[in-house]
Design a protein around this ligand. Structure first.
Ligand SMILES: *Cc1c(COP(=O)(O)O)cnc(C)c1O
Length: 357
């Protein structure tokens, strides 16, 4: 039986060796003759898991001194709210860039906390590009943006230049390329796109940026609570953190985030080259703003889709159906997706064009 090529947008593909080790830990974790699912989160073995996960985030992303890493629940969607609670001052204002569904939700979550200024948006053309040359008001408490737009297939290839704190939802491209953490006050990312299973969200927080809002923050939503308690204020999502840890060990073994970046560029180049040269398909977003994680494309003649879908299914290509707000196809090429899978998709596209040509 040939292997499934898993292009799922999220939750998504994880390295096979990570899944194997993760499943072993459910039966017998660290040779304790106990499952990782049935021991206390205060036990030494689990405290070690959480602290190694935090240190590996720091090591892989070159996190400078003065930053803390915590793993929380609630997904990136709670991150939208945490952002507003922890960084928008009472009667303050915050700037947002709207590049799609997730940014829109982040903006909605912040409304009511203060003045929300959308300083750039690509909504006019269904989020097919990244707005550029934006002026961020000096008075903004922060600028929030989404580095990779999972649904629409665009990605920031440059970090916005600001003179206020910068906050980024990196859910779908964290660990996919090198980043400069020192530019940010807060980076957050749900695990299930490029890090591990759903259930945990990593927050990389500049400590000196906290405690400035003069707002009453509910204890569970206060980043300082979780920093003080090293991700253990309440029971953390132990298993999700553990599998994320295994993924980070895998990334390190492969050569780190720089190597991930090289592989992801090679994969993206391979697929976009085919999209651009195949007469049956076209890419849906502006070339310069294309995402190396999620490639969105369509058939010129949508009546051919059933036939193409069948060929993909026969080649065991899975998860490329586009999001309903874009249509067409979306191939997600996260870290664990081998280039062979991208080649398999490209081969089917070529074969289809030859058949129709
Ligand atoms: C998936 C996704 C989210 C939502 O994550 P949840 O964990 O479901 O809350 C937010 N932002 C981006 C960029 C995403 O890809």
């Amino acid at each position: 039986m040939s292997k499934v090529h898993n292009f799922s947008a999220g939750p998504c593909i994880l390295p096979k060796e990570v899944l194997e080790e993760a499943s072993q830990s459910v039966l017998n974790f660290n040779n304790l003759d106990l499952s990782i699912l049935e021991i206390s989160h205060r036990s030494k073995d689990i405290i070690d898991v959480v602290s190694e996960a935090e240190s590996l985030v720091k090591e892989l992303l070159n996190v400078p001194d003065g930053y803390k890493v915590v793993f929380l629940q609630g997904g990136a969607s709670l991150g939208f709210l945490m952002t507003a609670y922890n960084y928008m001052k009472l009667d303050g204002e915050a700037a947002y860039i709207n590049t799609g569904t997730w940014s829109t939700k982040a903006i909605e979550a912040a409304r009511g906390f203060g003045e929300v200024k959308v300083i750039g948006s690509s909504e006019d053309r269904n989020f097919t590009y990244i707005p550029k040359g934006l002026g961020v008001p000096m008075s903004a408490n922060y600028l929030h943006y989404t580095s990779n737009n999972t649904i629409f297939g665009t990605q920031f290839h440059k970090v916005p230049v600001v003179r206020c704190p910068l906050i980024c939802d990196m859910s779908s491209d964290i660990f996919s390329r090198e980043i400069d953490v020192h530019l940010y006050d807060l980076i957050y990312a749900g695990a299930q796109k490029n890090m591990g299973p759903a259930g945990s969200t990593v927050y990389i927080v500049k400590e000196s940026g906290l405690g400035k809002t003069k707002r009453d923050i509910p204890v569970m939503l206060d980043l300082q609570t979780h920093i003080k308690n090293e991700s253990m204020y309440n029971t953390p999502p132990v298993y999700s953190i553990y599998v994320s840890l295994l993924t980070m060990r895998w990334i390190k073994k492969q050569g780190g985030v720089a190597e991930m970046g090289r592989r992801n560029e090679a994969k993206a180049h391979l697929l976009y080259h085919e999209i651009d040269h195949n007469p049956l398909f076209y890419g849906t977003v502006e070339d310069l703003d294309r995402s190396s994680m999620n490639a969105t494309f369509k058939l010129h003649d949508e009546s051919l889709s059933e036939e193409f879908n069948k060929m993909c299914a026969d080649a065991r290509i899975d998860g490329i159906k586009g999001h309903r707000s874009v249509g067409g196809y979306r191939a997600s090429m996260y870290n664990a997706l081998p280039i062979e899978s991208v080649q398999a998709l490209v081969d089917v596209m070529k074969e289809f064009a030859a058949k129709k040509g």
